[in-house]
Design a protein around this ligand. Structure first.
Ligand SMILES: Cc1cc2nc3c(=O)[nH]c(=O)nc-3n(C[C@H](O)[C@H](O)[C@H](O)COP(=O)(O)OP(=O)(O)OC[C@H]3O[C@@H](n4cnc5c(N)ncnc54)[C@H](O)[C@@H]3O)c2cc1C
Length: 294
């Protein structure tokens, strides 16, 4: 059996010092719902696990109308979807946090861990991209900010370098007349990987779209930001035709593989269907309507 060192620092500085000392051989652990599974099957074999749950900054959720939401990287899903400010202002994030695993997983799993794990199917990632989230990354030499759409590079690879730590995610305060939605298709009711996931946000101006963002999961080696689909809606009437055009662009941007959950062709078709549904639901939310998270 391989010996694994374990550390439980109380500050970001302490954590990045530990991570920097071991470089590639160290892994941060938030909820451990991905990391421990990967260690068990031998996909990751860190010499040092740095448990970041005990760092206060990584456990904070703060919201102000000026700065929006700041979500500590280790905050578990159940705290996110039970937070009043998140429920009121970011239903698109509640959609994602409340479908990651089941109740037990949600008690540990963080949105930060979902992003850092960089699975093409990570449910939180398209929701974050659609909401224009930014990631704060700390290293021994200071911090940097990265747009979430630029965070994942490939399956299980991100811009976080050895010795660095994702500290928090920030999402701007929602503007007037905005709404968002994340939906996924899975073969059964829960606890499966998305065959396709779609995150959208819209900003409306009377009977037209002012702006929109569309992001996809499970249809490329990393979650995709489909800028052209959102841009196609800007200035267009809120109509079936505009939504159909954005849905077609989302399907065209997808580069899916075929696997046991579905063929590439099926996934492309689903991209269009789910983009249409997500946009309609985001519009409904913008107009004050209720859309169930599930
Ligand atoms: C039964 C089961 C069901 C699941 N269902 C879903 C699902 O429906 N949808 C879904 O998207 N996922 C699902 N997952 C995967 C997993 O639960 C999520 O990806 C979860 O959000 C990961 O968060 P975590 O805090 O547990 O991450 P961890 O396991 O702690 O970490 C994940 C990875 O990110 C790195 N990391 C974590 N935090 C940081 C940080 N702050 N800075 C730098 N690196 C960091 C770790 O080193 C590790 O490589 C499921 C897992 C299980 C076991």
């Amino acid at each position: 059996m391989k010996w694994i060192d374990y550390a439980s620092p109380h500050t970001v500085k302490e954590a990045v010092t530990l991570l920097a000392e071991k470089g590639d051989a160290a892994r941060a652990m938030a909820g451990g719902t991905d990391l421990i599974v990967e260690m068990r099957v031998g996909r990751r074999t860190p010499a040092l696990v740095v448990d970041i749950k005990g760092i206060p900054e990584l456990n904070e959720i703060t919201y102000t109308t000026e700065d929006g939401l700041t979500l500590g990287a280790a905050v578990p899903c159940y705290k996110i979807y039970n937070n009043k400010a998140v429920i009121k202002n970011y239903p698109g994030l509640v959609d994602a946090a409340s479908i990651i695993g089941g109740t037990q997983i949600q008690g540990r799993a963080s949105i930060g861990g979902n992003l850092c794990n960089a699975a093409p199917s990570g449910d939180a990632i398209p929701a974050l991209i659609a909401l224009g989230a930014k990631a704060k990354i700390a290293g021994v030499n200071g911090t940097r900010i990265v747009n979430v759409e630029d965070f994942c590079l490939a399956p299980r690879q991100t811009v976080v370098k050895p010795g660095e730590l994702l500290v928090s995610l920030s999402i701007p305060a929602p503007k007037a007349n905005t709404g968002a939605r994340y939906i996924r298709f899975i073969p059964r009711n829960e606890m499966d990987i998305a065959v396709v996931g779609v995150g959208v946000s819209v900003e409306l101006n009377g009977s037209t779209f002012k702006s929109a963002r569309v992001s996809l999961a499970s249809v490329a080696p990393k979650p995709l930001f489909v800028k052209e689909a959102g841009d196609a809606l800007a200035g267009k009437p809120i109509s079936e035709a505009s939504i159909e055009k954005a849905a077609e662009l989302a399907a065209a941007a997808a580069k899916p593989i075929s696997d046991m959950r579905g063929t590439a062709e099926y996934r492309k078709h689903l991209c269009a269907v789910l983009t249409r549904r997500a946009l309609n639901a985001a519009i409904e939310r913008t107009r004050g309507g209720t859309v169930n998270a599930h």
